[in-house]
Design a protein around this ligand. Structure first.
Ligand code: COA
Length: 219
């Protein structure tokens, strides 16, 4: 056998070993975290690491504020604003939790003058969970709620530079075979006194009533 080939094999084995070591270390650290929280059975462990998507509760207010603070360029909100969302608008807001930690949030409501629409205000995914499809899953969860069953259009606003947000809503529209329209709505100089980038109103007309769509996806 050629020497370089043998070196290659040895290097490969070392790489696999170190990978195994890393996952072993991760597993140990996971067990330690579980024990520290008093979780010992495998059922407890499974529950502790599964993702949960739910409506917000009143006691989520502080975690929502902290997550939004960690997710620029989102505007930070007052604690009172968070509490209003967790009460008056809870049926159209989504909390994502894993291992007892809030990792995602959507605030949304049906504008009183346009009840056939759902306005998605803020979407926040903790940096550690980005790019894993969580933003998409939270939007899908929102669209399966009874509270949006007769909604025909999703609207949101996005600044020109927010590529991740354009990608998230573009993907949402594409997956539903829907078009995406945009026009400036809140303008930098006219409405924000030059202190905030122009927000574009994005409208996505939903082709299928939401509950029918989720039933179809489930089959
Ligand atoms: C925007 C945000 C919520 C996206 O969440 P996420 O969980 O990472 O998004 P997902 O993993 O569900 O990805 C959804 C789609 O967007 C794409 N995407 C996500 N981040 C992207 C980025 N930075 N650049 C380009 N595309 C991106 C994904 O590839 C995916 O596309 P696909 O369905 O065609 O494969 C997240 O980046 C975030 O919290 N940013 C800070 C706050 C913010 O700007 N919120 C949005 C304004 S309200």
């Amino acid at each position: 056998m050629h020497k370089p080939f043998i070196y290659c094999l040895v290097l490969k084995r070392l790489a696999i070993k170190s990978k195994l070591k890393t996952s072993e270390d991760e597993a140990i650290s996971i067990c330690e975290q579980d024990e520290a929280r008093g979780l010992s059975t495998s059922r407890d462990r499974k529950q502790s690491f599964s993702l949960s998507l739910r409506t917000p509760r009143l006691d989520d207010g502080a975690d929502i504020s902290a997550l939004i603070r960690d997710c620029p360029p989102l505007d930070t909100n007052s604690a009172y604003c968070g509490l209003l969302l967790c009460t008056h608008f809870k049926e159209t807001c989504v909390v994502a939790e894993r291992a007892g930690k809030m990792i995602g949030w959507i605030s949304a409501y049906r504008p009183p003058a346009e009840p056939d629409r759902i306005f998605v205000w803020q979407v926040a995914v903790h940096a550690s969970a980005r790019g894993t499809g969580l933003g998409k899953r939270m939007l899908d969860e929102l669209m399966t709620r009874q509270a949006v069953k007769d909604v025909t259009t999703l609207i949101t606003t996005i600044t020109e530079a927010n590529n991740a947000s354009w990608a998230l809503f573009g993907s949402f529209a594409r997956r539903r075979g829907a078009g995406l329209q945009r026009r400036p709505i809140f303008q930098r100089d006219v409405h924000f006194a030059g202190e905030h980038d122009t927000e574009f109103l994005v409208s996505i007309r939903l082709l299928t009533p939401q509950l029918e769509l989720s039933a179809k996806e489930a089959t």
